[in-house]
Write a new protein. Structure first.
Length: 65
């Protein structure tokens, strides 16, 4: 069941890309923060956020089911 709306998915994807790019371009140990971007990208592609499911939050309309 999808629970992430279009705007939320777009924002998650953009943030995820920037975080993953940290793995490539940052030279310090801060580059590993970029690993946080992987779940952002996965939830944006799948349209399902497991944290939202646990909390009972839905950002998508009921028409997109």
């Amino acid at each position: 069941m999808k629970n992430v709306g279009y705007l939320d998915r777009t924002i998650r994807f953009i943030i995820g890309i920037f975080l993953v790019l940290m793995l490539v371009f940052v030279e310090s140990t801060w580059k590993y923060v970029g690993l946080i971007g992987i779940p952002f990208i996965l939830t944006s592609l799948l349209g399902t956020c497991f944290v939202y499911r646990i909390l009972g939050v839905r950002t998508c309309s009921t028409k997109s089911y």
